[in-house]
Design a protein around this ligand. Structure first.
Ligand SMILES: Nc1ncnc2c1ncn2[C@@H]1O[C@H](COP(=O)(O)OP(=O)(O)O)[C@@H](O)[C@H]1O
Ligand SMILES: [Mg+2]
Length: 264
């Protein structure tokens, strides 16, 4: 089996190619472990970048730099035109409001209903009226193809796929400019994986968000990516449209692709 059809049938990302995220020569060491040794990565506004790489290659560390959860030893992290590296905690909090995050575990609050989970960021960060909150939550649940009936259910009563969709509805409820996904399909069955891919594409298309998706699932990467960046030994060794990855002459990429297609 070859990779799925490349997404070239999909129109190129709308709007300009203004970078939303621009990482310049980023280095990060923990103790004596050099994790990132000169990362350069640009993600145009409104596009979806998938970061691929082996386990422990530094994907999550790289993503944490994008929201200032980690500071680099050297390098720039320019978000929407502004370097966030020198920012204070308050400045970073402001920037983080324009981000939505979806983690591997949906990380929903178990004791809250679906409605309250999605309403939570609105209650935390806005002073919207109860009516306005209700309208916004319903819109986002609807966008993620969740029927109003699920509003009063608890996360434990939902399927894995539905929990993911609630997590994504919550991640986009504040109209973020950027949504970061850390392994959103890990541990999911193929059908649920497809539905998560659909949600990522919906958020891009309907809300115009810029997305960064960490994955080690090649099929999913080819489904959603405008651009795939492959991380190996501290640097990005391949970066471009999915076709470019498929044709890569980089040994690390070839081994990764062979391993994947060997077992799938
Ligand atoms: N806070 C930390 N302190 C020390 N080492 C860390 C820390 N976070 C990550 N690392 C190390 O950085 C490397 C990359 O980790 P990570 O980004 O989580 O990999 P992955 O590509 O699987 O997401 C690993 O060797 C990990 O042990
Ligand atoms: Mg990780």
């Amino acid at each position: 089996m070859g990779p799925p059809d490349s997404p070239s049938a999909r129109p190129a990302s709308p709007g300009s190619t203004k970078p939303m995220i621009d990482i310049v020569d980023l280095h990060k060491t923990f103790g004596s472990t050099k994790v990132l040794t000169g990362i350069n990565l640009t993600v145009p506004a409104g596009s979806t970048c998938v970061i691929l790489g082996g386990s422990g290659s530094g994907k999550t560390v790289l993503m944490k730099h994008m929201i200032g959860l980690l500071k680099p030893d050297t390098g720039k992290v320019i978000i929407d035109g502004e370097d966030i590296v020198p920012m204070s905690v308050q400045g970073l909090q402001q920037v983080r409001r324009s981000f939505g995050m979806v983690f591997q575990a949906a990380a929903l609050f178990d004791s809250m209903t679906v409605f309250e989970n999605v309403a939570f960021p609105l209650r935390q960060h806005t002073s919207l009226s109860e009516d306005a909150i209700r309208e916004k939550v319903r819109k986002r649940l609807d966008l993620m193809s969740l029927k109003p009936e699920v509003e009063n259910r608890f996360p434990a009563d939902l399927s894995g796929g539905m929990r993911k969709r609630v997590g994504l509805a919550r991640a986009v409820v504040l109209d973020p400019k950027v949504v970061l996904y850390d392994e959103p399909t890990t541990g999911l069955d193929p059908i649920t994986t497809d539905s998560v891919d659909e949600m990522i594409l919906t958020a891009q298309k309907e809300l115009g968000v810029t997305s960064v998706v960490i994955s080690h699932d090649i099929a999913s990467a080819f489904n959603v990516a405008d651009q795939i960046a492959f991380l190996s030994k501290g640097v990005i060794v391949e970066n471009g449209p999915p076709e470019q990855l498929r044709e890569s002459t980089q040994p690390a990429v070839q081994v990764f692709l062979q391993t994947w297609f060997g077992k799938n």
